[in-house]
Design a protein around this ligand. Structure first.
Ligand SMILES: [Zn+2]
Ligand SMILES: [Zn+2]
Length: 115
């Protein structure tokens, strides 16, 4: 089974960590996906990054989510900041890939990947 990095499109490499967990690692950007013991992917861990990169974001409705942050790969169309939180959302038909959303860490402007 071949899996591709949702962040940069590089082919993920299966790897066994020191704690015995099987993971898929992106050699390019460090994206990490945990694989269950049966070999099935753990659905709730679509977007996983190291602890350092995780940031707690409090949404307006009191909904607390942890979103990964990227820097240098995007530019906020509003203020030009190159650092943003991102997440994936299924906005179109289920057979199409989910859209990636960004939220500027400086001005909180939210935009989509394909706009
Ligand atoms: Zn990657
Ligand atoms: Zn901004």
């Amino acid at each position: 089974m071949v899996e591709f990095c949702p962040k940069c499109g590089t082919m993920l490499r299966p790897q066994r960590e020191s704690n015995g967990r099987n993971v898929l690692l992106c050699p390019k950007c460090g994206y990490r996906k945990e694989v269950g013991k049966s070999g099935k992917y753990v659905l709730s861990q679509d977007i996983r990054h190291s602890e350092r990169e995780r940031t707690l974001v409090i949404e307006g409705g009191g909904d607390v989510r942890i979103l990964p942050k990227i820097k240098g790969e995007v530019t906020c169309p509003k203020c030009g900041n190159d650092e943003a939180y991102y997440w994936m959302m299924q906005t179109r038909r289920a057979d199409e890939p989910p859209t990636r959303f960004y939220r500027c860490t400086r001005c909180n402007h939210v935009w989509r990947e394909y706009e």
